[in-house]
Design a protein around this ligand. Structure first.
Ligand code: SF4
Ligand code: SF4
Length: 85
């Protein structure tokens, strides 16, 4: 399942450069916090054993998006689609 950023985000910008899929962005017109594109978030499958954004966030505001249930194999397929592997 993809991860999502809650309204507790303090816009510190630490997570954005850490994402290997460029899934994290900041667009103040859309939302006043950083956001994760669920179509690009693989929970870091294909790169790391754990979601790296969650590890670096200083306020623990990155959580699982329960509306985006995906198995490990679906996340791996997403990784392959993104990177055409
Ligand atoms: Fe990016 Fe990984 Fe965080 Fe998903 S879990 S947004 S792929 S850093
Ligand atoms: Fe927001 Fe956490 Fe990312 Fe900082 S690391 S921008 S607080 S989600």
């Amino acid at each position: 399942m993809a991860l999502k950023i809650t309204t507790d985000c303090i816009n510190c910008d630490i997570c954005e450069p850490e994402c290997p899929n460029d899934a994290i962005s900041y667009d103040p017109k859309v939302k006043k916090t950083y956001v994760i594109n669920p179509d690009l978030c693989t929970e870091c499958v294909g790169f790391y054993d754990e979601p790296t954004c969650d590890k670096v966030c200083p306020v623990d505001c990155i959580i699982k998006d329960e509306s985006r249930l995906e198995s490990d194999s679906e996340l791996l397929d997403k990784y392959k689609r993104i990177w055409r592997k």
